[in-house]
Structure formats: structure tokens, C-alpha cells
Design a protein around this ligand. Structure first.
Ligand SMILES: [Fe+2]
Ligand SMILES: [Fe+2]
Length: 266
């Protein structure tokens, strides 16, 4: 990973008190969230003087409640209005932006001629982190399940567990970062291990594994791919409902509406 992080900075950002109360799995989720934030911040224009001081102050300031995504971050500006029949592209531009990490992962898959389904899976694999962090593989798969090939949502579901387990056949190593942050004795929760073992035996194993491989190319500082280059792939691999995402009465329509309108009181 190109985004550097050291233990002290990470602890300071998360809060030493909060870390003490976290399970190892929570810490891993928090780290992923932290890295993605750091990346999104890194593509902001460089500022100096007072502006930089204000930005510093800003970074200390609001954080979404534990387990929740950016959409629940306290904010002063209202969210940009969504079109009446929003498409996946609208969600990328208006709710997931800058979406640097998933765009970089998908771009790597694209540039290395991986199958379109893998590019699509990479594009979607972490978008649910904007909504919720805990168990994001499962939430993320569910969010897109009605609209994509089953292999794509399957891969998204299991990528989260596979992150913790190396696979030399595709050059995926256990992230050194996890050793540095959590210590070398970190052991994922039993349910994570069980999910990994299930996926490892499954005929679609590589669908999830390649997400973890491309994931490691999704932390390049200062690189901001545009969703534009994926529009045709989205068109072929995402069944956009004609009523708009959130209004098609699918089993997950409410999740898209919540992303569109996270502040509704009820
Ligand atoms: Fe992920
Ligand atoms: Fe990721």
C-alpha cells in the first residue's frame, strides 16, 4: 500500500480509549475505514497557511459514530439533491464521491485485463462503507445482489474475510500493515475464519480473492480515477432499475434510499 500509516497516527485518529474497547475485528474494520478516509483526503488540493490550519482542525473534528459510514458524519452542508430516478452513476457522483479506493481498485483490474465481472466487483466492493463499516462484506453484497451477476455479489461478500488470509498463487500476502497496527498475534474472529474456509473450497473462490488482490492497488495517494471510464462496464454488468435505485421495490431498495437520504428522521 502506498498510503503510509503508523501506529501512533492511527491510534490518535481513532482514539486510544476507543481502541481499548475494540475487538481485533473491529480494529481491522476501523483501519480499513481510516485508510480509505486518508486516501479520500489525499486527493484534496494542497492548501497552506490558515486554510491548512483549518483543515488540520477539521480532520480532528467530526467522525461518524463507530460502525457507521461517512454519510452519518456531522456536516454543515446539505447533501446534493438526487435525481428522481437515480442510477448507480448518480450514487457514485453524489454520495460515494470521491470513491478513490474502489475506483483505483477497479482501474487496476481494468488495466490488467481482468474479466469485466471482476472490474465491476472491485468498483462496488467497498461502496457500502459510506453507509456502514461493520461486516461490510455482507452488507456490501446485499446492497447490490438484485442488480448484478451472482458471482459479483458472492465475491463482494467474501472479500472481507479473505483479506486476512494469504494466497501465494495470486501473490496476495497478509498485509504487513495489519502486523504493524495490530501486532503479529492478531487472530480474526472465528466466524471470519469459518467464512474464509467456506469460500476457499468454493468454485467461485477466485471471484472474491481477486477483489483482495486489486484492493491492495487501491491505496495510491494523489490518484483520482473518474467513474466515467466504467460507464459502459456498469451498463453491461449492473441491471439498473427503470424506477431508479431506491424506488424499484426490491428487497434492498430501502438501503439505497437511506444512502440517498441519510438524515431523514424516520
Ligand atoms: Fe473491503
Ligand atoms: Fe477495499
Amino acid at each position: 500500500m502506498d498510503v503510509s500509516v503508523d501506529r501512533r497516527t492511527f491510534l490518535a485518529a481513532v482514539g486510544a480509549g476507543a481502541i481499548g474497547a475494540m475487538s481485533d475485528e473491529d480494529k481491522a474494520e476501523e483501519l480499513e475505514h481510516y485508510l480509505i478516509h486518508k486516501l479520500d483526503d489525499s486527493v484534496m488540493p494542497e492548501l497552506d497557511g490558515e486554510e491548512a490550519a483549518l483543515i488540520e482542525w477539521d480532520q480532528q473534528a467530526p467522525r461518524p459514530p463507530r460502525g457507521t459510514g461517512n454519510l452519518f458524519m456531522p456536516r454543515e452542508e446539505p447533501f446534493a439533491p438526487m435525481p428522481a430516478k437515480p442510477t448507480l452513476e448518480d450514487f457514485f457522483r453524489l454520495r460515494f464521491a470521491p470513491a478513490t479506493h474502489v475506483l483505483q481498485s477497479a482501474q487496476h483490474a481494468l488495466e490488467t485485463d481482468q474479466p469485466e465481472a471482476t472490474v465491476m466487483a472491485c468498483l462496488l466492493h467497498d461502496v457500502v462503507l459510506n453507509l456502514i463499516k461493520v461486516d461490510h462484506g455482507w452488507w456490501g453484497a446485499q446492497l447490490v445482489e438484485p442488480y448484478v451477476d451472482e458471482k459479483i455479489s458472492w465475491g463482494i461478500r467474501y472479500h472481507a474475510a479473505l483479506r486476512f488470509y494469504p494466497d501465494e498463487s495470486v501473490g496476495y500476502e497478509y498485509p504487513d500493515l495489519y502486523n504493524r497496527i495490530f501486532g503479529e498475534d492478531y487472530v480474526p474472529d472465528a466466524y471470519i475464519r469459518e467464512q474464509y474456509e467456506f469460500a476457499r473450497q468454493h468454485r467461485w473462490y477466485m471471484e472474491a480473492r481477486m477483489i483482495t488482490v486489486n484492493d491492495t492497488y487501491g491505496f495510491q495517494e494523489g490518484v483520482q480515477p473518474d467513474v466515467e471510464q466504467f460507464i459502459e462496464i456498469i451498463g453491461r454488468n449492473f441491471k439498473q432499475p427503470k424506477e431508479g435505485l431506491g424506488y424499484d421495490n426490491s428487497p434492498v431498495a430501502h438501503m439505497w434510499r437511506t444512502i440517498a437520504n441519510p438524515n431523514r428522521p424516520l
